[in-house]
Design a protein around this ligand. Structure first.
Ligand code: B3K
Ligand code: ZN
Length: 854
């Protein structure tokens, strides 16, 4: 038996949910911090619910037990899979445990760990069980008291400060919370502070804690926090509820940030920013993530999830809220286009492959593998569709009812939907299919004159996905308008496609005869794939005339994509009509420069690979790369003078501001620089590099110089920035993403040998490895298979120390079925090699097995 493979971990299922048989009345924790032997003492008051059994299961992992007691008496616990069984009395009792943990040895960055000499925690989803024994499930909510003992100067936990003295601090969080929201930080930190007065007049101390030297990079995050707090009061009527709100920036972090109650912990990448070190895109991400974590205070913390299957209840809603916030702070159309670009790049890809799953999954092996684009981004789209269908007043009323009714509870999607059913007196059971059917619905549109009517036929089909061969029709809101010869002849209206098909019609004397063009799915009103017979010419017309900015962009995008597909088929060259239309957009100074820049952003290599598949072709990443370059050059040649004019006209004067206006100008200017470099060579980029006073302009120029093969630029950049971790991440990432695909694996190898490459730091690991897999698809998919081997080697190496980040990055292999037989075999061989590796984590094991289709 010794050699038998360990049994495959059993999946957890939604249908098996049972409530925890005890209430937790109060939790008190005491930490004596020490890098390799931190002592954690817990005192927990349990009150049995009717029918509670005589034995209680508590989660616990990697804990060294010192003592366990019930009501002051030693109790013998029985270790079992993932925790302990404890014999317990029939009435209320106090559990006391002393355990030791080793933060210095914790490279998985889950539980209590160390980053640059600082203690910090990450408990979502199931990290608290690595701190002490506990019913580590989100439906167990309790108030927490925490005492921290350490010589370090700054000692933080959730809630309000409750006392401090020489070598200790105490915290009290009065709001009942699940253990996944617990947090502790201790270190030599300095604060950037401010205050906020809530709508009802309470004063809140705000602090952003960072390492000494970083305090001058916190102003933007603080500003974003204050704007988020005000916005949530104004738009959702939600006020903050503690005396302090602390944010801590940490260099070693598995994801973006974490919404721990009153003590958000952030990847430093999403806090620290100065004009010299952060790009406009960084500033926008900081604003969005600060808002996202803050908004979780109501959607996630005060109202949390009953179980992890309900993750989209907090994540989909909170993403929707942060997208609304960013749209209000910046340009709403630009925000929508960017959100849809992300949705298509990540969620549509996920939905089209072996990892497709419901917005509310029904089973999992490792819950960390379900913090996905489907749960987050499609989850947000579902909220957006709900709002479109019931309209804003009912949406607001439903949200208010949800907050009133469920404050302090752990809820389900059913609880959420019931609030909207109640305020609208409608049945949302069919709409609910969005939560239980995976796959991106396809909507087909056909139209034409029928008698004296113009008829529009819409039909839908939800494709089969793993374990879901058959689907029922979804409820699809389709915003639309009709155009005839550049004029809107039917203004925007909402069609709700809730059956397999529907017919809409208008009298011909209203729409007129001739070239009637529907503008469909305006604002991207549903996360679907649209198949419409709009001709090339009609799309060019919409690109000029559509009053819906999203569809204006979409029309241009689809023409570019179609043209590129033709070029990939070897059938063509860049259409003159497209070039003319693009130049009209470029010249149109009445249009937001950020929007014009987006019109000029070519579809990514990955987007085109999927477009090939959709068009029945086998994608060749090298060919796609070459044709993208060819189109870029053709556009640059066709309108060089106008590109130069716009490059010059969009220079921003005065000191740097991260606001949307000047950022939009830089985005158009740097887009122009990309095209111009294709025809002029690197002279302009070099001049910009020399003159740059902000990272946006420096980075854009750096990228062009790397592409042009400038032999000195990498060393120059490194000499200037070697001491700044976040800037050096960009240096690694940019060289990787922009390397010549034929030399990409050599570049990756060289970068991973650099003295500043540290695979234990997730940001640095991602810079190179995702720089290859996502940033340089033609390099990753090199026909030799070297890219696949290189990445699998690194994933196996990282898996031994940090399964969570490894599993997330393994999704680079999820598209293997798209490619030719040789590439498929090479990718599958790497998936199989990983599956067979000794000591594979549960995280990576589950991902690899789903990707193989096992
Ligand atoms: N809730 C966290 C994500 C936790 C991920 C755990 N693997 C951040 C967020 O969505 O705001
Ligand atoms: Zn979130």
């Amino acid at each position: 038996m010794k050699d038998a493979a360990p049994a495959a971990p059993q999946p957890i299922r939604l249908e098996d949910y049972t409530p925890f048989p005890w209430e937790v009345e109060a939790v008190s924790l005491s930490f004596a911090l020490s890098p390799d032997a931190t002592r954690v003492t817990s005192r927990i008051r349990f009150v049995p619910k009717p029918g509670a059994p005589a034995q209680m299961f508590l989660h616990g992992e990697d804990l060294t037990p010192i003592s366990t007691k019930i009501d002051g008496q030693d109790v013998v616990v029985v270790p079992t899979e993932g925790g302990i069984n404890v014999p317990v009395p029939e009435s209320a009792f106090t559990w006391e445990a002393v355990v030791e943990v080793n933060p210095a040895a914790n490279t998985a960055l889950e539980g209590l760990y160390m980053s640059n000499g600082m203690y910090c925690t990450q408990c979502e989803a199931e990290g608290f069980r690595k701190i002490t024994y506990y019913p580590d499930r989100p439906d167990v909510m309790a108030p927490f008291k925490v005492r921290i003992e350490s010589d370090l100067p700054v000692l933080l936990s959730n809630g309000n400060p409750a006392g401090a003295g020489e070598g200790f601090a105490e915290w009290h969080d009065p709001h009942p919370k699940p253990a996944y929201l617990f947090a502790l930080v201790a270190g030599e930190l300095v604060a950037h502070s401010d205050t906020f007065t809530t709508a009802s007049g309470a004063s809140v101390d705000l602090n952003i804690w960072v390492r000494p030297g970083d305090e001058d990079k916190c102003a933007y995050a603080m500003d974003a926090l204050i704007r988020s707090m005000r916005w949530d009061e104004e738009v959702y009527g939600r006020e903050y509820d503690l005396d302090v709100f602390n944010i801590v920036a940490v260099d070693d972090f598995n994801m973006g940030a974490m919404e721990n109650k009153g003590l958000n912990i952030f990847n430093s990448k999403y806090v620290l920013a100065s004009p010299e070190t952060a790009t406009d895109a960084d500033f926008a991400s900081i604003e969005a993530i600060i808002a996202h974590e803050y908004f979780h205070n109501w959607t996630g913390n005060r109202i949390t999830c009953r179980d992890w299957f309900q993750l989209c209840l907090k994540e989909g809603l909170t993403v929707f809220r942060d997208q609304q916030f960013s749209a209000d702070m910046r340009s709403a159309p630009v925000q929508r286009i960017q959100d849809v670009l992300t949705l298509r790049a990540r969620q549509f890809r996920e939905d089209a492959g072996p990892l497709a799953h419901n917005v509310r999954p029904e089973s999992y092996v490792e819950i960390n593998n379900f913090y996905t684009a489907t749960v987050y981004e499609k989850g947000a789209e579902v909220i957006g569709m709900l709002r479109t269908l019931i309209e804003d007043d009912a949406y607001q009323a439903g949200c208010t009812l949800y907050f009133d009714r469920h404050d302090g509870q752990a809820c389900t999607i059913e609880d959420w939907l019931a609030c909207f059913e109640e305020v609208t007196a409608t049945d949302l059971s069919q709409f609910k299919r969005w939560y239980s059917q995976a796959g991106t619905p396809k909507v087909t549109a056909r139209w034409g004159a029928e008698g004296d009517e113009f008829a529009l036929h819409l039909s839908q089909e939800v494709p089969p996905t793993p374990n879901q061969p058959m689907k029922e029709p979804a409820v699809i809101p389709v915003r639309l308008a009709l155009y005839n010869s550049g004029k809107e002849v039917v203004g925007e209206t909402l069609a709700v496609l809730d059956g397999p098909e529907m017919r809409l019609s208008w009298p011909l004397d209203v729409v007129g005869s001739g070239d009637v063009t529907p503008s469909l799915l305006r604002g991207f009103s549903a996360p679907v794939i649209l198949d419409a017979p709009t001709t090339f010419g009609q799309r060019l017309a919409l690109m000029r005339d559509d009053t819906d900015p999203f569809n204006r962009w979409e029309a241009g995008r689809s023409v570019v994509r179609e043209d590129l597909l033709n070029m990939i088929r070897g059938q063509g060259f860049v259409a003159t009509g497209l070039l003319t239309s693009l130049e009209i957009v470029l010249r149109d100074t009445s249009v937001d420069p950020a929007f014009r820049a987006l019109m000029f952003a070519l579809p990514s290599g990955d987007d085109l690979a999927q477009a090939c598949v959709d068009a029945g072709m086998v994608p060749d990443p090298s060919l796609i790369h070459a044709k993208r370059k060819e189109m870029q050059r053709a556009i640059a040649e066709a309108m060089t003078d106008e590109l130069i004019r716009q490059y010059e006209a969009n220079a921003t004067a005065g000191p740097y501001s991260p606001a949307a206006g000047p950022a939009a100008q830089r985005s158009l200017r740097n887009t122009c620089l990309g095209y111009l470099t294709a025809v002029e060579g690197p002279v302009r980029a070099l001049a910009q590099y020399e003159a740059a006073t902000n990272m946006t302009d420096q980075m854009a120029a750096f990228g062009r110089l790397v592409e042009a093969g400038d032999p000195d630029i990498a060393a120059r950049f490194e000499a200037q920035w070697k001491d700044d971790r976040l800037v050096m991440d960009k240096w690694f990432m940019s060289q990787m993403a922009l390397a010549d695909p034929n030399a990409a694996v050599d570049t990756a190898a060289r970068l991973t040998e650099h003295s500043l490459f540290d695979y234990k730091n997730p940001n640095r690991f991602r810079s190179v490895i995702a720089g290859l897999t996502a940033g340089n698809p033609a390099g990753f998919h090199h026909p030799s298979g070297a890219g696949y081997r290189f990445v699998a080697d690194w994933l196996l190496k990282l898996d031994a120390i940090n399964p969570q980040t490894t599993a997330r990055m393994s999704t680079a292999f999820d598209s293997w079925k798209r490619y030719d037989a040789d590439r498929q075999a090479l990718m599958l061989a790497e998936l199989e090699r990983m599956a067979a590796a000794e000591g594979l984590s549960r995280d990576l094991g589950e991902m690899v097995s789903r990707m193989r289709g096992a």
